[in-house]
Design a protein around this ligand. Structure first.
Ligand SMILES: [Zn+2]
Ligand SMILES: [Zn+2]
Length: 165
């Protein structure tokens, strides 16, 4: 039997962050962030406009100093989701697709994030410097396999349902 390699926990949560990035609405960048503590997903986020505001992909980006400022970054959106739901991030790991910008890094440090797992660098950021000074562990890894290998039909005894109208 051709046994597929199961993802490690870090790969698994990074893949969730990649999945979150699919919801991004800014054509300049798609980022995802997932906060995890004790293998428990605390909050997720992707870069996108404020609730009720138009999306970059519909009306174009709002660029200031070569950065699109219309969207909240993935880390900020995950952070605000945690805040709205009263979830503490103290001691949590941040799984992010792209290294934080300086502002997000500072917010995550202040929120109590102790570990960052990331596979892509980001330009013009002092994030690594701030994380390191604050004792946040940074794990730079390769981008996990993009393929999602679920084969539910193969293992499930359940029958396919017809899509409801
Ligand atoms: Zn944009
Ligand atoms: Zn940021």
């Amino acid at each position: 039997m051709n046994k597929k390699k199961r993802p490690s926990w870090d790969e698994y949560f990074l893949k969730l962050a990649m999945l979150a990035s699919e919801r991004s609405t800014c054509p300049r960048m798609h980022c995802g962030c997932v906060f995890v503590r004790d293998k428990f997903v605390l909050a997720t986020g992707y870069n996108g406009s404020l609730p009720g505001h138009p999306h970059c992909e519909d009306i174009g980006c709002l660029v200031v100093d070569n950065h699109c400022v219309r969207t909240n970054h993935a880390e900020m959106n995950a952070l605000t989701q945690a805040a709205i739901h009263g979830v503490t991030l103290k001691g949590a790991t941040a799984y992010i697709t792209n290294m934080s910008c300086t502002t997000c890094a500072k917010a995550l440090i202040a929120a109590g994030i102790v570990r960052v797992v990331v596979f892509s660098d980001f330009h013009d950021t002092l994030a690594t410097q701030f994380y390191t000074t604050s004792g946040v562990e940074i794990v730079k890894t390769e981008m996990p396999e993009k393929m999602i290998n679920y084969e539910i039909e193969k293992y499930s005894s359940a029958k396919k349902t017809k899509k409801s109208k």
